[in-house]
Ligand binder design. Structure first.
Ligand code: PGA
Length: 242
């Protein structure tokens, strides 16, 4: 794991955007694995700037997102489809039909998961996967558990995840309790991983992620086994890493 400790959220966003832009410049038809949440918002803003001012070209890019809430349509303003459209896709020259987010309203969830993994396979896998992390160590919505799944699956959200994400909803009761998430398989098969971490609330888990034993109770600890992870972390989040 390559550690880049940066000053703050803005620096993290800039460094991550640069890393991603480099991948796209080298391979314009890149398959990008993308993430939602508070962490990557600043990076997406930087990428939009690079598109507008430095001609960063998304015209051949394909994207696959990590996850989606079960029960929310893409028009719901808390769905991850809506997040991606409003935070990135609507502002760059990407082909919308080549942006994939799991369908939270699929009639047959099992089939939706099978199809999602098949699509990633057919695309030839992910060139670079962007990840945030939950303060419980989850990546995507692979929550701490006795077991982890390799494939895309429907999962119950951890209580701490519902609590953390309730800041975006009118009340905690409105947060969906289930999500579709890519499993550890597609994430670990990505050629490169950019793990972005910011803020005090992530400090406790980050020492376990970097130095702890590999355990399903800290899903991000599996990243220790990946050969090309760049961890872009701000000082607040890096404070407890030994
Ligand atoms: P955050 O969420 O970026 O909103 O902190 C990250 C995550 O839960 O994976």
């Amino acid at each position: 794991m390559k550690l880049l400790v940066v000053k703050n959220y803005d620096e993290m966003s800039k460094v991550a955007a640069k890393e991603l832009a480099e991948v796209i410049s080298k391979k314009p038809e890149s398959i990008l694995g993308l993430a939602t949440g508070g962490t990557p918002v600043g990076m997406y803003k930087e990428l939009i700037d690079m598109h507008k001012n430095e001609e960063l070209d998304f015209s051949k890019v394909t994207t696959v997102n990590l996850d989606e809430y079960v029960g929310l349509s893409g028009e719901h303003d808390q769905s991850y489809r809506y997040f991606m459209d409003s935070n990135l896709f609507n502002h760059v020259n990407i082909r919308k039909e080549y942006t994939y987010v799991p369908n939270g309203l699929a009639e047959d969830m099992h089939q939706e998961c099978v199809n999602y993994d098949k699509r990633i396979e057919e695309l030839g896998g992910i060139d670079v996967q962007v990840l945030g992390i939950g303060s419980n160590g989850h990546i995507g919505f692979n929550e701490p558990s006795d077991t982890l799944s390799l494939g895309t699956h429907v999962t119950d959200l951890a209580e701490s995840t519902i609590e953390a994400n309730s800041r975006y909803f009118a009340s905690k009761e409105e947060v969906p309790t289930k999500a579709l998430t890519m499993g550890l398989g597609a994430i670990m098969k990505a050629k490169k991983i950019l793990l972005m971490v910011s803020g005090e609330s992530k400090a406790e888990i980050m020492d376990k992620v970097v130095n702890g034993k590999i355990t399903t109770q800290v899903p991000a600890s599996f990243l220790q086994m990946h050969k090309d992870v760049v961890l872009i972390i701000d000082e607040d989040a890096a404070r407890k890493i030994k």
